[in-house]
Design a protein around this ligand. Structure first.
Ligand code: 3NM
Length: 216
């Protein structure tokens, strides 16, 4: 899948991330409701306590990919490049602790490549090495990921734009309908969200609320 800068910016508006440990109901149902609410991109991130492994993980990935394909929502895999290639996903998202960006780029060809960055230096290095978009976080405190860096607030987002970084990026970490607008106003193309969507009493309404805040 080849997407240009503007298409990617649009895809990143409401970027829902989840795996089975994040869901209160069946992940397939949560994803379907999130799509009905209007998510623009999906990332399969099967991590944390009770996460599926091996064949079970791949099977769930395959089911979620099929739902995304039926609804024309691009499907990104977190960290697991082999799984992304096996499923023929639309892209991968990697962190600073994963394989080097250049190597992942070679492995995945022109699939979408997202990289987590926590400083201007990491952002620049990721861009030079072939990232298509960046994930910046944690913007606000989050309980979803234990090993995060220090909370960034909006300063990193502003700093990147002030330093002439034009690549699309999203904010992640503790984002919900009441703080999403300021993340985009600070310069992010969109928001990545786990819990504010996956734990919502109404998943589709939660997405709808987020979307209203992000589409300025
Ligand atoms: N990455 P929630 S924070 C997956 O800072 C992830 O890079 C982060 O979950 C980072 O929306 C985070 O529930 C968890 O806060 C986001």
């Amino acid at each position: 899948m080849t997407v240009d800068h503007e298409q990617l910016s649009q895809l990143l508006k409401v970027y829902f991330i989840m795996g089975s440990p994040n869901c209160l109901q069946k992940p397939e149902e949560v994803l379907k409701e999130a799509i009905a609410g209007g998510i623009t991109l999906f990332q399969f991130r099967e991590k944390g306590t009770g996460a599926l492994k091996g064949t079970e993980k791949a099977e769930l990935g395959k089911k979620l990919l099929a739902i995304c394909r039926e609804n024309q929502i691009p499907f990104i895999v977190n960290d697991d490049i082999d799984l992304a290639l096996q499923l023929d996903a639309d892209g991968v998202h990697i962190g600073q602790e994963d394989e080097p960006v250049e190597i992942v780029r070679k492995k995945i060809g022109n699939k979408i490549l997202g990289v987590s960055a926590h400083s201007i230096e990491e952002a620049q290095a990721a861009i030079e090495s072939g990232a298509d978009y960046l994930g910046l976080g944690p913007i606000y405190p989050t309980k979803t990921k234990q090993d995060t860096r220090a909370v960034q607030g909006l300063s990193l987002i502003k700093d990147l734009r002030e330093n002439g970084i034009t690549i699309p990026f999203i904010g992640i970490g503790g984002i919900n309908a009441s703080n999403a607008r300021q993340v985009v106003k600070a310069g992010a193309d969109g928001v990545s969200v786990i819990t504010a969507i996956s734990h919502a009493a109404s998943v589709s309404e939660a997405v709808n609320e987020l979307k209203k805040q992000v589409l300025l």
